[in-house]
Design a protein around this ligand. Structure first.
Ligand code: ADP
Length: 641
């Protein structure tokens, strides 16, 4: 039944990536070893987890203590093997995992590659972001052979590639479970390390993989003195002794006192854990005592992972119980709005050998989650300005989801959010700063939502507010709609949309009289637009534009309606109120026409035009652009004559 050997092509993006790795990534080649060891360590974690419910995955007599990662250098053959007895891969898994790049990021990856090519620079961080650690081995190897057998598979798989666009794959016999990655090393260039040398490997493991929680072993040869009958060394006579040596200390970094962990150790640990190639933006090392005791070491990455908005994103931190790995990606440990956090939680209060389902309901897990959220939010609020802004740029949009979903921490999160405003330029402003800059007696926080800051900053809805010198928050993330909705008010100040309802202006008497006088005209407009608007009103928020559309207090904003439609919801054009600026020449001219004996028949057409102009002003889409273009051209032609 063994499948024949077949040659397959890499997907294009893999081929391009390999090419870049081999040709442009010269510095820090030694990280390939950390990547292969991390993969092996992950495979051992997966086995540990699976074996809790399926002990038959272990061979007879085998225990957790037998799990290891072995380095096998062969100077004569010029090879280095990284071998693990972890979960292994099936034929399909090899094709899926090794022949493609992080499925979720493929499109963005292709774009990033293109950009990197144009700049003819490929930052290592870029590669890390896509989870392509395995391929980094092509920096030091001109051929890679991977032989693996999944824990429950009858036979193994051999995959081989010279990194030249294709690979071969075939079924093979393999007696033990796990994975062997054999690198046929390139000849080291001048000054480059030789990856078959014991001391090179020892040193690299010590620097980058010391805390890996499984032993990383290697057979070493020592020249031992020959002993005579009395046990004394015989001068000038030695014998070779081979023994297995463990290269890493396996010290759980999170269990050590903070003062003893160096910045470099934190960074390396983060890279091991996250498969990111950049240092983290910040870390939080906790030791909690009390009702629930646990150690935690959490990191916030410097950049968004590519899959931040993908449903299948890896999310959650690793869970340990007294240094023993329990499971990865336990989503219940952190809420979705903190899904970018990476790290480890270790608690002696957890029971080992429980299923994921039980842990999801676990009281201890819930207590840890609550504590982690509190500590993380405080940590974020204490970041220095520069770090905070970096953080906010990458993850603010995700953090904001918490205002909508985490009632308990809503106020804390609200303190952290930032917006551009009509007066802040490029700067981001907190709600507290907005309030501090409010005029005396003002008790409303004004905002406007839309999909583009430049467009909404010029929105007609803002005209009167601008004239009054009122600052308005410009909200352009889709999630902002939910943010304001959930928040309602902040520090006792009501949040109010500049495109909804009345803005509570005082109206001078003569204006009231003018409005009254224009009532029949506005009634006529409404009649012409019954299909489209609920009401036509004299506007108190416009100064320069002719008209705008306003939602009721309880109605969806224009952006919300657009988003609902974009996400496939049937969301009819909800009718809104048309506000007209009675002082605007277009409106006064149409009014005069209406009042003249001959004009009324044209009113319907002008009403449509006014409506379309209002829609365009808020960045909306016309239902019949061709018709609009025709009307405007006719008008322009007349005006020119
Ligand atoms: P990443 O590890 O960042 O996901 P890699 O390209 O290094 O990216 O690995 C791709 C996938 O291949 C891994 O996610 C894992 O599923 C699988 N894999 C790699 N090495 C091993 C191994 N030693 N044992 C089992 N699976 C492995």
């Amino acid at each position: 039944m063994a499948a024949k050997k077949s040659t397959r092509k890499f997907r294009t993006e893999v081929a391009e990536l390999l090419d870049l790795i081999i040709h442009s990534l010269y510095s820090n080649k030694d990280i390939f070893l950390r990547e292969l060891i991390s993969n092996a360590s992950d495979a051992l974690d997966k086995l540990t987890f699976e074996a809790q419910t399926r002990p038959e995955l272990f061979a007879e007599g085998e225990t957790l203590k037998d799990l290891e990662i072995e380095l096998i250098p062969d100077e004569e053959a010029g090879t280095l093997e990284v071998r693990d007895n972890g979960i292994g891969m099936s034929f399909e898994e090899v094709v899926e995992n090794i022949g493609t790049i992080a499925k979720s990021g493929t499109a963005s990856f292709a774009a990033a590659i293109k950009e990197a090519k144009e700049k003819s620079a490929l930052a290592p961080e870029l590669i890390g972001q896509f989870g392509v650690g395995f391929y980094s081995a092509f920096m030091v190897a001109d051929r890679i052979t991977l032989i693996t057998r999944a824990a429950d598979a009858p036979s193994g798989v051999k995959w081989e590639s010279a990194g030249d666009g294709s690979y071969t794959i075939e079924e093979v016999e393999k007696s033990e479970r796990g994975t062997r990655v054999i690198l046929k090393l390139r000849k080291p260039e001048e000054g480059e390390p030789d990856w078959t040398r014991e001391w090179t490997l020892r040193d690299t493991v010590k620097r980058h993989s010391d805390f890996v929680s499984y032993p990383i072993t290697m057979m070493v040869t020592r020249q031992m003195p020959q002993l005579d009958e009395e046990g004394k060394p015989i001068e000038g006579s030695t014998k070779e002794e081979r023994k297995k040596d463990v290269l890493n200390s396996m010290k759980a970094i999170w269990a050590r006192p903070k003062s003893e962990v160096t910045a470099e150790e934190y960074n390396d640990f983060y890279k091991h854990l996250s498969h990111d190639w950049s240092d983290p933006l910040t870390h939080l090392h906790l030791k909690l005592e009390g009702a629930t005791e646990f150690d935690a070491l959490l990191f916030i990455p410097e950049r968004r992972p590519m899959d931040l908005f993908m449903p299948e994103m890896r999310h959650g931190v690793q869970l340990y119980c007294k240094r023993v790995f329990i499971m990865d990606e336990l989503k219940e440990l952190l809420p979705s709005y903190l899904r970018f956090v990476r790290g480890v939680v270790d608690s002696a209060d957890l029971s080992l050998n429980v299923s994921r389902e039980i842990l999801q309901e676990d009281r201890v897990v819930r207590a840890i989650r609550k504590a982690l959220i509190g500590k993380l939010l405080s940590h974020i609020s204490e970041l220095d300005d520069e770090t905070f802004l970096k953080f906010y740029k990458e993850f603010g949009i995700v953090l904001k989801e918490g205002i909508h979903t985490d009632f308990e921490n809503r106020q804390k999160i609200a303190k952290l959010i930032r917006f551009k405003t009509t007066t802040s330029g490029e700067e981001l402003k907190s709600l507290d700063d907005y309030i501090a800059d409010m005029a005396d007696g003002e008790d409303t926080i004004y905002y406007l939502t839309g999909d583009n800051p430049a467009t909404i900053a010029k929105s007609p809805h803002l005209e009167a507010l601008k004239k009054r010198g009122v600052e308005v928050l410009l909200m352009t993330d889709p999630v902002d709609e939910f943010v304001v909705d959930a928040l309602g008010e902040y520090e006792g100040k009501k949040l109010r949309s500049a495109e909804k309802g009345d803005l509570g202006e005082e109206t001078p008497e003569e204006q009231q009289a003018a409005e009254k006088e224009a009532t029949p005209f506005m009634e006529r407009l409404k009649e012409a637009l019954t299909e489209k608007v609920t009401e036509v009103k004299a506007s108190r928020r416009l100064t320069d534009s002719a008209a705008c559309l306003v939602s009721g207090e309880d109605q969806a904003s224009a952006l919300m309606a657009k988003m609902m439609r974009a996400s496939g919801h049937t969301f009819g054009d909800e009718k809104r109120t048309l506000e007209v600026n009675l002082g605007h020449p277009l409106i006064t001219s149409v009014k005069e026409l209406y009042e003249s004996d001959a004009g009324d028949e044209k009113i319907g057409e002008y009403a449509e035009l006014i409506y379309d102009l209002a829609l365009l002003g808020e960045g909306g889409r016309l239902s019949d652009p061709a018709d609009f273009a025709r009307k405007v051209s006719d008008l322009a032609a007349k005006a020119i004559k």
